[in-house]
Design a protein. Structure first.
Length: 458
């Protein structure tokens, strides 16, 4: 117990195998350290009133209380493994703590080892996790001498894992017989490449002597944990989008027209040439620019219906393009499988498993590449605006040269309350539909929801 408390002092997550606890004693693990919580499974069957022999097996995971908001326990229905998911901004990580079967030289233990590997793979495929970490007592050394070696290497290959301890340590051992007559390396840490790339240190803590297994210590860096919002009801948890499809565009045009007409044009625009560098004129242009933006914001809020949606972990970038069709197919196959009585074999079961795996794979890909997909979406939006500028740039220049005084200080692309806004200190691009004209402004329709607003010279 003191050595386990010491491990808790220096680590954030501690994985245990063979704790030998009965099902109603598992809560004891949460009392080992005041800063730690636990989840665990017991291998002891207590259905009978009489227990024969000593307790055996069991796995558990201890984790710091401050991580509770980003850790979810996973029901494995298997006493040989305990699993949790750790929420990262790059995607959830499934952490599976295992106590694999021992090689007794018979065919039954070989089948049981293969079955355990299959269960771990299925647990990962059926979860929403983007990455996998499997660690614990594998009862298999990474050498051809081990009877389970082929099964373990195939499991690593099938799940695209890296054996983090084998690639960083040499001549190590994690198990030592009580009499010290032999040592073996049978405890391992298998990680997806994303996690393995963030391993900065791994070592065997030989100083711990309370068990015949020596703890493997793993340190990760650059792990961006997805901390939950402190106040789930705050506005930061919501996004506001404006429903332009159901907006009264005629009313919006009228309000925008009146609002822009009420903004006074700075006098410096009528008397200065393009080479003006007077600071006070720049300040007046700044005020003019801010007034226009404020007017557009106010008009949008008043005239366009809004949709307030909550931002949750279920908002997945790239869902519509990459996941939705696979989700629909998987859901249809699942409902058909349920309607047939949930058979454990046969055609409907195979289709259900295959479509679910395809859906989970696409979902993991989107979560793993969430930031890249967000960046791609922004790039596509900006590309659309660039096309607009290329198409109408010549017309704009011709108009400004012949009829208007243009004094562009700085171009700026903004997304203001559901509108693209291309802003200079005098010239402005907003979104609406029809051609309008006033004394102060020419408004030219570019395409639905795109308009050039150019201030005229009296």
């Amino acid at each position: 117990m003191p050595e386990l408390q010491l491990l808790c002092e220096t680590h954030d997550i501690v994985c245990l195998q063979e704790h030998w606890l009965l099902p109603y004693d598992l809560s004891m693990l949460s009392q080992i350290h005041a800063d730690f919580l636990s989840c665990a499974t017991s291998a002891v069957n207590v259905d009978s009133n009489i227990m024969v022999g000593r307790p055996y097996g069991g796995t558990g995971i201890l984790y710091r209380r401050r991580l509770a908001q980003v850790i979810n326990t996973v029901d494995t229905n298997e006493p040989r493994m305990t699993a949790i998911t750790l929420q990262l901004n790059d995607g959830p990580v499934l952490i599976v703590n295992v106590y694999m079967p021992t090689d007794y030289g018979n065919y039954e233990c070989y089948e049981e080892y293969l079955d355990m590997c299959t269960k771990i793979s299925a647990l990962f495929n059926e979860s929403a996790a983007a990455y996998l970490v499997v660690l614990g007592d594998f009862n298999c050394s990474c050498s051809m001498a081990s009877r389970f070696y082929d099964i373990l290497t195939q499991f690593i290959s099938d799940n695209c894992l890296m054996c983090s301890d084998m690639t960083r340590l040499c001549n190590a051992f994690t198990y030592c017989k009580d009499d010290g007559s032999s040592t073996t390396w049978i405890d391992h840490v298998l990680c997806s490449k994303f996690v393995d790339d963030r391993v900065t240190d791994i070592n065997v803590q030989y100083g711990h002597i309370s068990s015949d297994h020596k703890p493997l210590s793993l340190k990760l860096s650059d792990v961006d944990i997805q901390w939950c919002c402190a106040d789930v009801g705050s506005d930061n948890c919501y996004t506001v989008k404006y429903d332009w499809a159901n907006a009264d565009i005629s009313h919006y045009k009228s309000v925008v027209h009146s609002g822009l007409a009420s903004i006074n044009i700075p006098q410096c625009l009528f008397g200065c040439n393009d080479l003006c560098h007077r600071p006070e004129h720049f300040l007046q242009l700044d005020d003019y620019y801010n007034n226009i933006i404020s007017c557009l914001n106010q008009c949008t809020v008043e005239c366009v219906p809004s949709i307030r949606s909550r931002v949750t972990k279920y908002n997945v970038p790239g869902w519509s393009e990459n996941v939705k069709d696979k989700h629909d197919v998987a859901r249809s196959a699942f409902l058909e499988w349920v309607a047939l009585g949930k058979p454990r074999s046969g055609y409907s079961h195979q289709v259900m498993c295959r479509t679910r795996s395809a859906f989970k794979l696409a979902l993991r890909h989107c979560k793993a590449a969430a930031e890249q997909m967000k960046a791609d979406a922004r790039a596509r939006e900006l590309a659309c605006v660039n096309i607009i500028l290329q198409l109408f740039g010549k017309i704009f220049v011709k108009i400004t040269v012949r009829k208007y005084h243009a004094m562009l200080i700085r171009w700026e692309m903004l997304w203001v309350r559901g509108m693209y806004v291309l802003c200079g200190k005098v010239n402005l691009v907003i979104y609406t539909t029809h051609l309008m004209m006033s004394r102060q402004n020419w408004i030219f329709t570019v395409k639905p929801t795109v308009v050039l607003v150019i201030n005229s010279v009296a």
